[in-house]
Design a protein around this ligand. Structure first.
Ligand code: ATP
Length: 369
């Protein structure tokens, strides 16, 4: 630990901005990464994730804004003066050094005592005990990434930055390494700031996810909050599939917001309305949309629309149905393969798609997907 900061210091970005000519890569980003948390920056390619990380690492300078750790201003400090390390997708290991020396490298430069003990503890942490004398070329991609993780943690940074660290791994290994990353973070308690474009990875790993869009924070919160009650159509569709029906909202009455879509009337709880007047999107996720044969079979208290099945995809964990409503809108309904119901709807079947009003949400329509 260096002068000033303690283990309990939050990382704060305030008004962070970076322009490249006409492009504002990072646009007035303000967020707090709580000390010891696993925080994910999630967004599509080009949304400014890497540029944000580089400014935290000190590899790039903001045009405006600050990077703070507790009360300490890191903004103008060179990278080696920051208690921050980075793990890159490319691993960036020294090919001519063995695993032990790769991990020991940073420690030797600082002249810390008990290098061997520290390196061995780190290799045990990432489950590579006994691999000391192998060269990077003799390791699998997942093993190389573990070495990179050990090397980045061995000198006890306060914050670890991870830039798409699992991007080069195949899906199976990626899932394994996600579990490993979470376990290591739990054990060391270091603040992890993780960049990814994979929504599933962000939701699996992070305590808090910030969704970035065109350099700005679109929404920030625990994964379940973002998924269940997104703030914008962009977040709703970035975090998974979502049916968005253009609708008109009439303002809240008695804890509910009445909306009209294609001549039908629906209700949404006021607490689930991000926008409650004028042009809105009525959002319902496919797994919250259930199918039955007739209006009479729709359970009481639910809303429903009629549709015709236009496509059926069997996905193993469930079946996805595409429907076309009488208004010409396409809807997606996902029926989990629970083994309880044997309902199968063939292409061409006329069905009722129904949902519980508490499972819908209203979003401002001007921020369309
Ligand atoms: P990816 O997931 O593809 O790595 P990203 O979200 O990390 O994307 P950034 O690499 O931060 O995005 O880039 C954000 C924007 O800034 C992009 O439009 C990119 O072209 C631009 N940009 C980044 N670095 C530079 C640079 N050195 N010079 C000019 N433009 C840059």
């Amino acid at each position: 630990m260096t002068d000033g900061e303690t283990a309990g210091d939050d990382l704060r970005l305030t008004g962070l901005t970076r322009r490249f000519g006409p492009v504002t890569a990072v646009d007035d980003v303000t967020l707090t990464v709580p000390a010891g948390s696993f925080f994910a920056l999630l967004g599509a390619s080009g949304c400014g994730k890497t540029t944000t990380l580089r400014m935290v690492a000190g590899l790039d300078r903001p045009d405006a804004g600050r990077v703070l750790l507790g009360d300490r201003d890191l903004t103008r400090l060179p990278p080696h003066r920051r208690p921050v390390n980075t793990v890159f997708q490319s691993y960036a290991l020294f090919p001519h050094l063995d695993v032990f020396e790769n991990v020991a490298f940073g420690l030797r430069r600082c002249g810390v005592p008990d290098v061997a003990g520290r390196v061995r503890r780190m290799l045990a942490l990432v489950r590579l005990a006994g691999y000391d004398r192998r060269r990077p070329g003799q390791l699998s991609g997942g093993e190389q990434q573990r070495v990179a993780l050990a090397r980045a943690l061995v000198n006890q940074p306060r914050v670890l930055l991870l830039d798409e660290p699992l991007g080069a791994l195949d899906l199976r290994l990626r899932r394994q390494m996600q579990t490993e990353l979470k376990r290591v973070q739990d054990e060391v308690g270091v603040t992890f700031l993780h960049v990814t474009h994979d929504q599933e990875e962000a939701m699996t790993l992070a305590d808090t996810v910030a969704v970035l869009n065109a350099g700005r924070v679109e929404q920030l919160g625990p994964p379940a909050d973002l998924y269940e009650l997104p703030a914008t159509a962009f977040v709703a569709t970035f975090l998974g599939r979502c049916n968005l029906l253009p609708a008109e909202a009439a303002g809240p009455t008695g804890g509910e917001v009445p909306v009209r879509a294609y001549g039908s009337r629906f209700r949404v709880p006021a607490a689930r309305a991000r926008s409650d007047r004028g042009a809105v999107h009525l959002g319902v996720r496919p797994e919250k949309l259930h199918l039955t044969g007739t209006v009479e079979q729709v359970p009481s208290g639910h809303h429903s629309v009629a549709g015709t099945v236009t496509d059926v995809s069997y996905l193993g964990v469930g079946t996805e149905y595409l429907l076309r409503t009488g208004w010409g809108t396409e809807l997606s309904a996902f029926a989990p393969n629970s083994g309880v119901t044997a309902d199968r709807w063939p292409i061409g079947a006329t069905v009722q798609a129904y949902w519980w009003p508490d499972h819908a949400f209203l979003l401002p329509r001007s921020t369309g997907p």
